[in-house]
Design a protein around this ligand. Structure first.
Ligand SMILES: [Fe+2]
Length: 354
């Protein structure tokens, strides 16, 4: 198949070209009938399959095996958007001890095809069917986080200090790493957001590894195969301890991670920004976090006020116990939020382990 102009070549020996221009020509509009190529995963693991109770998470869903999500044409266009827009690589690239190159918070302004792919009601229906509840992207900043790695990743210009997430001081004594940790890109962790969808944008021919390891309730580990090009894996990562295992071979590995939460304001929301603060524009991250969390409260309070209106008009009794429980829940919601919008000095201290 002929590659459209500006697309990064792929395959053995192919080297992703460093984005060289800023004037990105407009591409196709995301069209579900052409760009989605969904086929069901061979298996979906529920929380119960992993030994956890249903209420461990916000839905009974655990993790899916890889499933086809996007057509080749869609992946080509996503790559074109990413690899031809210099702005994404200059203003939205972050570096951390886990990954040298991550692209974040660029989609709304610089990658309309990618952005619309994740906002499309058809895409959301697929993810919602898998997770067993209606979901939406958590916020725009975490639409299509990109991890870029592999031997042929081009040498990149140094990043400004505020976009390099490195501990301020060297750790002198390091615990010997276990065999497990040697294979892992990121050690055991829970994600920031309820659900994540990891989509592969690279050709994985000749690649080994790249699985996601999940800890079951009884301490065993199961591994879910990593997705191929155009395939995705969905995980309720906020509530399941997991790690990404290293992938070897191949020339480049570009994966795309989009975070989801329940669309209903009634569902609990446990977003924890610890892992994303060091690799984000903090103003954008906090603003978008505050926006959706306050919207949840707005919805909940509007619902309660309307109920009060109704009760007054029909002279219904007031439910003290139930109202106090509602109030308590909102206090906890606000306390959780207060903890999340941490001052920079405080989260940096925690990050650096001091
Ligand atoms: Fe994760």
């Amino acid at each position: 198949m002929a590659l459209s102009s500006g697309l990064t070549p792929q395959g053995p020996g192919a080297v992703p070209t460093k984005p060289s221009k800023n004037d990105v020509s407009p591409g196709p509009i995301f069209t579900p009938s052409k760009h989605l190529a969904y086929s069901q995963p061979s298996k979906v693991w529920s929380l119960r399959d992993l030994g956890y109770p249903d209420n461990q998470g916000i839905s009974p869903f655990g993790v899916s095996e890889p499933f086809r999500l996007f057509s080749d044409e869609a992946i080509d266009e996503m790559r074109r958007e990413l690899f031809t827009n210099r702005k994404i690589w200059t203003d939205h690239r972050f570096s951390s001890k886990y990954a040298e190159c991550q692209l974040r918070g660029y989609a709304r302004d610089h990658a309309p095809f990618i952005y619309n792919a994740w906002k499309s009601p058809e895409t959301l229906r697929i993810i919602s069917n898998l997770t067993g509840m209606d979901v939406v992207p958590v916020f725009d900043y975490d639409i299509a986080h990109i991890n870029v790695s592999g031997p042929s990743v081009p040498a990149l210009s140094p990043l400004p200090a505020d976009r390099v997430d490195k501990p301020a001081k060297e750790t002198k004594t390091e615990k010997p790493r276990t065999e497990d940790e040697n294979d892992a890109i990121v050690s055991w962790h829970n994600d920031s957001y309820a659900f994540v969808c990891v989509t592969m944008l690279s050709d994985c021919t000749g690649m080994v590894g790249g699985e996601t390891a999940l800890r079951t309730a009884d301490g065993n580990v199961i591994k879910v195969r990593g997705p191929e090009r155009g395939y995705a894996v969905v995980l309720q990562g906020r509530y399941i301890d997991h790690q990404a295992l290293r992938a070897l071979g191949g020339t480049e590995r570009v994966s795309m991670v989009t975070a989801f939460r329940a669309s209903s304001s009634e569902v609990r929301d446990d977003t924890n920004l610890k892992l994303v603060r060091p690799i984000s524009n903090i103003d954008e991250l906090y603003n978008e976090y505050a926006q959706y969390r306050f919207r949840i409260l707005e919805d909940r309070f509007r619902g309660r006020r309307e109920r009060a209106d109704q009760s007054i008009s029909i002279k219904a009794p007031f439910d003290v116990k139930e109202t106090r429980a509602f109030i308590r829940e909102q206090i906890e919601f606000l306390e959780q939020m207060e903890e999340q919008v941490m001052e920079e000095d405080d989260w940096k201290k925690i990050y650096n382990g001091s």
